[in-house]
Design a protein around this ligand. Sequence first.
Ligand SMILES: [Zn+2]
Length: 216
Amino acid sequence: MAKKNKEIKCYYCGKVIESSHDHVIKKVPMATKAGIRNYNRQLHLDCVPKYNEGLENTDMRKEENSDWDLVYKYFRKEVLGMDETLALGEHATKRLLGLRLGLYYPQAQNVRVLPRGYSYKTILITMKVVNPKVQAYLKTTNFVNFKHKIDGVMKFITGEIPDVQKRMDTQKKANEKLDQEVAQPTFDYKSRLRKKKEEESKGIADDVASLLGGSL
Ligand SMILES: [Zn+2]
């Protein structure tokens, strides 16, 4: 019995790749114990962009996870003055995750990569802005329990965060405007370059004319 060619399955969708026209081999860098290694992944042509999009999302998730880490650690050490070996506890963690969605508590388990509420970067900046006030408040207030303390601190953050967001948006717009202005001389440069090229090609035409022996 003749050996049948082994079926190739798409790494992204798991379905068989029927036609060689639809078959793409993509090198994918993977983190292994021995460092980054490239692996060949077989994909449908149509599945490549979908797969790439997923990779980008993973990068986005990674970035967001590290931002969350910074928020958590700053809140624990710089705001509450807690030891770094201690966990924040459920209430404080949920309140911080809730900020990400602009809610008291997060409603879904997974709040990552959702385009609403406030980013962890905004939350972190806000904490830094209000921390001097928070420290004064913590020194002069008696709390019934830890939850009371957390909710007291959170009032400072939730009170300030819309303003911080507004300032960040304004700055982003200003930076974008700056980018456009910086880009302006590039256009001048391009038009200068075009002129120069035109002059050069005129020069070439003149050379051709002289090669042909005389004026045209
Ligand atoms: Zn596929």
